[in-house]
Design a protein around this ligand. Structure first.
Ligand code: 6PG
Length: 513
């Protein structure tokens, strides 16, 4: 397949393969497709890229698309044709792709984070001109974005790192978008992003300019950390209901569907209910029971935990969800250990099913508040460190739709930060504080029941411990500090007078007076 523009220099400014072209053919471009330059370009046509390109075209913005493996270009053009002759134009070579876009040109990349992004930038930048802009829509490490933004700036190019959440469906019909970096670049495409992102009644499109540098990627990274927390907490609710409450998949489906009508209304609870309804088409029973209990991961959850540690922010629920994925990966070891530690772990307590379901619902909700509090505090600490000036309420708003953690609950978080933008911790917002107080008895019952029955609830337990640590005015940290001073003369402060003190603990304890 030859490149259209390069073989027709007179049409260098014309889009190549039009979605409306006969059979998507790209040999001869009928005169009717000699149209104006497109509004935007997208490079990287795996499913996410294809879907976002189709979404942009569907919203009425003519788009050029490019992919190194050219069959993906043809596939996308064909889809654009089938999905309503959308204004999408495919190109097999980067020069004609870039030249088909109106200036200042904006190209969104949706390629794998890391080296592929650098390669794509090199390919595109060779053809871009001063003032043009590249947008990375992948799950990129925020420092890579900052490095690239600087390098682009030296070449007179603008750069945005834009987290995009919502999976394939979201990309096609409305994701949540978290663009950070050049404000000027954001302004070029704001009209597109406002239309393409998920639309939430009463709170608007799920996109906002996040802030400078790598803030968009950072916020998306923490979104994923929170996503890990949510998924782990839901999995623990399932485990307690199934292992202790003996609920069947049919009952679990009903419970989660019911929960999805109330305060837990969210995408992840909704899909969980669906999962319990799917029968195995390869054999007897339900598919969920045939899925191997090993969770994969791509890295953003681990980065979130690393960042929490770097920033000295406690994020035990998110950490527990990451650790749970690590432990899940040790399937063979766990199977071997289960033989060593055989026994009856049931406490023998009688469980009232209806009461248990209600308690677990409350425990899940309270645990979730703690997890979000941790995620928000990671973002807040980073914003302070980097001077990003991030608006936490606005982040909660753009997560209300489109993304994986979308939930009605986010509206309450937005309101909490609207009430007090300087909130030290979500837990102390008056409404959340009340909600926790109302649920803590149930929450404690669930964690105790799980412990008594040998069912691990690392996320719920971590959330509860986070709450119990945060709400107590005196912790045993005095003893740890005394130990530090004992063996390392690290000094300590006193509760009753200012200053820094050191005591010869050993000498005094061992002097024979
Ligand atoms: C999203 C998802 C998306 C992806 C995660 C999965 O917001 O649309 O978070 O980015 O599904 O990367 O992460 P793990 O593979 O690490 O679970």
């Amino acid at each position: 397949v030859r490149s259209f523009a390069s073989s027709h220099p007179d049409l260098r400014r014309s889009p190549g393969v039009a979605s409306g072209g006969a059979g998507g053919g790209i040999e001869a471009i009928p005169a009717r497709y000699k149209m104006a330059l497109t509004r935007i370009g997208l490079a990287g046509l795996a499913v996410m890229g294809q879907n976002l390109a189709l979404n942009i075209a569907e919203k009425g913005f003519p788009i050029s698309v490019y992919n190194r493996t050219t069959s993906k270009v043809d596939e996308t053009v064909q889809r654009a044709k089938l999905e309503g002759n959308l204004p999408l134009y495919g190109f097999h070579d980067p020069a004609s792709f870039v030249n088909s876009i109106q200036k200042p040109r904006v190209v969104i990349m949706l390629v794998k984070a890391g080296a592929p992004v650098d390669q794509t930038i090199a390919t595109l930048a060779a053809h871009l001109e001063q003032g043009d802009c590249i947008v990375d829509g992948g799950n990129e490490w925020y420092e890579n974005t900052e490095r690239r933004e600087k390098a682009m700036e030296e070449r007179g190019l603008l750069y945005l790192g834009m987290g995009v959440s919502g999976g394939e469906e979201g990309a096609r019909h409305g994701p949540s978008m978290m663009p950070g970096g050049s404000l000027e670049a954001y302004q070029y495409i704001e009209d597109i992003l406002l239309k393409v992102s998920a639309q939430v009644p009463d709170s608007g499109p799920c996109v906002t300019y996040i802030g400078k540098g790598g803030s968009g990627n950072f916020v998306k990274m923490v979104h994923n950390g929170i996503e890990y927390g949510d998924m782990q907490l839901i999995a623990e609710a399932y485990d307690v209901l199934k292992s202790v409450g003996k609920l069947t998949n049919g009952e679990l489906q009903q419970v989660f569907a019911e929960w999805n009508k109330g305060e837990l209304l969210s995408f992840l609870v909704e899909i969980t209910a669906d999962i319990f309804s799917i029968k195995d088409d390869q054999g007897e029973g339900y598919l969920v029971d045939k899925v191997l209990d090993k969770t994969g991961m791509k890295g953003t959850g681990k980065w979130t935990v690393q960042q929490a540690a770097e920033l000295s922010v406690a994020a035990p629920t998110i950490e527990a969800s990451l650790d749970s994925r690590f432990l899940s990966g040790l399937k063979d070891e766990r199977v071997a250990a289960s033989k060593i530690f055989q026994g009856d772990y049931s406490s023998g307590e009688t469980v009232n099913k209806a009461q248990l379901i209600e308690d677990v619902r409350k425990a899940l909700y309270a645990s979730k508040i703690c997890s979000y509090a941790q995620g928000m505090n990671i973002i807040k600490a980073k914003s302070t460190e980097k001077g990003w000036g991030l608006n936490l309420g606005e982040l909660a708003r753009i997560w209300k739709g489109g993304c994986i953690i979308r939930a009605s609950f986010l509206d309450r978080i937005k309101k909490a930060y609207d009430r007090n933008g300087e909130l030290a911790n979500l837990l102390i917002d008056p409404e959340f504080a009340q909600e926790i107080m109302d649920r803590q008895a149930a929450w404690r019952r669930v964690v105790c029941l799980a412990i008594n029955n040998g069912v691990s609830t690392p996320g719920m337990s971590a959330s509860l411990a986070y709450f119990d640590s945060y709400r107590r005015d005196r912790l045993p940290a005095n003893l740890v500090q005394a130990q530090r001073d004992y063996f390392g003369a690290h000094t300590y402060e006193r509760v009753d007078m200012p200053g820094s003190f050191h005591t010869e603990w050993y000498k005094i304890a061992n002097s024979k007076i």
